[in-house]
Design a protein around this ligand. Structure first.
Ligand code: GLN
Length: 197
């Protein structure tokens, strides 16, 4: 395996360009992924934020839901941000009808959890495993993690709520690190991909 892993960004909807740039800055070869056959050969995958109901629908439409579930089950490292975190939850507390996830993390998430008054905000978040002080968390109609299973590591909390988790090779944050120019979350993911390959 080379030291420059190829990492896909699920490009159905959301801030794909920003993730491609952040991955490149973290020394990965970043490629957009829209079709099931594009999963072949990836060392990892990022699922961007956006709208989880839309991502769920488009993934089904593009025939990606089952191949992605299978890839995650087989151990593909994945990093989901915001709506991407929702897509990686084994269970959504308040799904829209027909809304499905890929799963991968034994957790229950609450969509739009921070409420109307707090729809979008930034906060300093201390993330376990990320050196150099807190990261600037950009929260946009963000979910939080309501509860986790025994195999899930909680990496960060904000306001008493879980906002970053990891289970094996699958990482997820409620916030959007791709919007800040601070690439430490992507570096954390890329180094885990490298270590596991
Ligand atoms: N509220 C969105 C959802 O439920 C997530 C928002 C985001 O990704 N910024 O999918």
């Amino acid at each position: 395996m080379t030291s420059t892993p190829t990492i896909g960004v699920l490009a159905l909807q959301g801030d794909v360009r920003e993730h491609l740039a952040a991955l490149a800055a973290a020394d990965a070869a970043a490629v957009p992924v829209r079709r099931p056959e594009e999963l072949t050969g990836l060392a990892g995958l990022v699922i961007p934020g956006g709208e989880s109901t839309t991502i769920s629908k488009l993934a089904a439409l593009f025939g990606l839901t089952e191949p992605l579930r299978a890839a995650i089950r087989a151990g593909l490292p994945v990093y989901g941000t915001c709506a991407g975190l929702i897509m990686l939850a084994d269970k959504i507390l308040d799904p829209r009808s027909g809304q499905e996830t890929f799963g991968g993390i034994d957790m229950i998430v609450r969509r739009n959890a921070f409420g109307r008054q707090n729809e979008s905000f930034e906060a300093q978040v201390e993330v376990r495993g990320v050196p150099g002080g807190p990261v600037e968390g950009v929260f946009i109609r963000a979910p939080w993690v309501e509860s986790v299973g025994a195999d899930v590591e909680v990496l960060a909390e904000y306001g008493g709520h879980i906002v970053a988790v990891r289970q094996g090779a699958v990482l997820a944050t409620s916030f959007h690190p791709e919007l800040t120019g601070d690439h430490r979350m992507h570096e954390l993911f890329v180094s885990a991909v490298r270590a596991g390959s």
